[in-house]
Design a protein around this ligand. Sequence first.
Ligand SMILES: Nc1nc2c(ncn2[C@@H]2O[C@H](COP(=O)(O)OP(=O)(O)OP(=O)(O)O)[C@@H](O)[C@H]2O)c(=O)[nH]1
Length: 382
Amino acid sequence: MSIQYSVEEPLSGSYGVADSFPKDFGYGADESEMDETSTASDSKPRILLMGMRRSGKSSIQKVVFHKMSPNETLFLESTNKIYKDDISNSSFVNFQIWDFPGQVDFFDPTFDYEMIFRGTGALIYVIDAQDDYMEALARLHVTVTKAYKANPDMNFEVFIHKVDGLSDDHKIETQRDIHQRANDDLADVGLEKLHLSFYLTSIYDHSIFEAFSKVVQKLIPQLPTLENLLNIFISNSGIEKAFLFDVVSKIYIATDSSPVDMQSYELCCDMIDVVIDVSCIYSLHAECNGTAYDKESMAIIKLNNTTVLYLKEVTKFLSLVCILREESFERKGLIDYNFHCFRKAIHEVFEVGASTHRTFSHQASSPNLNAVTHNGTPANAV
Ligand SMILES: Nc1nc2c(ncn2[C@@H]2O[C@H](COP(=O)(O)OP(=O)(O)OP(=O)(O)O)[C@@H](O)[C@H]2O)c(=O)[nH]1
């Protein structure tokens, strides 16, 4: 089968990751602005998915952004030209995801890789951990060295994928081996500065969502501000952990600074699924297109181990999911008041972002978060 490297639409301009925050963080009024011309959508920063044939690139994209069930990916056809997926109309993640067909031939004259790499925020290289990965490593080396020359600012992410088939020991050993070989190859050509990040991933569990979350977080200029706001919110509300989720993809775009444990993340992901599914079933609209999540979306789930999960809408695409103890939930009024301040602050963050994004300003904004502390006194925030 022939591989075609030309993309369907013309590309223009050069880009910075500051473009990555969403223009539309609210409802209604900005709706029309979102449907920009295709040229404008091309100017969105890109995340590239590259790797050998059958390594799992299309499956990752379909599972994370299109809610395909992992088993259905068994029937995916091989990609034979670059597939550009603009997910920004349904998601906070205002990027284009480009899925490449198998390994890229850098000598193909129809493939203008320099131009493609120049507008890229992150390159994800997928390695099939269940297969012999020597050739994949050689291709990884060629790909990242070419990409680094064209755009040294991009992030290089390596997904050691399909690890569901490996034992825990084997996973660690594979990661160590791939890490060592890839970095040795770079050191041999004097590219020690090129930093590769490694993730163990599988579409059969939440690891792929976690890894994608980290990739996306690195591209959000407002991340430190969001983390700061979350820290203030949870410490003043008696909450143990809070995630700011992109609802459609279940990527968390920020969390407070306490360590993330996989189980908590999975619980919160499951909660989003439950909320969307139940909303779809009981939605007043016949079709559930985009109506399952709105300003009214809110859910409380009490687990039988005195833990409470609390979900609330923040923006059109984002929701806050908190984990807290039942005792803390008794002060729901306080939590709700603090949430109100938090939500307002988040809107301010993105309003500032939207008004400055043309100037590529990376400075974190300082919104007011007049949260109330646990005992009811106002806390000076940020
Ligand atoms: N066990 C396992 N299989 C996976 C995983 N991800 C993808 N696969 C399988 O890998 C096969 C290839 O997946 P694709 O997504 O088509 O691979 P691709 O890299 O897009 O392939 P090309 O389009 O040919 O470049 C499919 O049968 C998937 O079901 C995973 O995490 N674990």
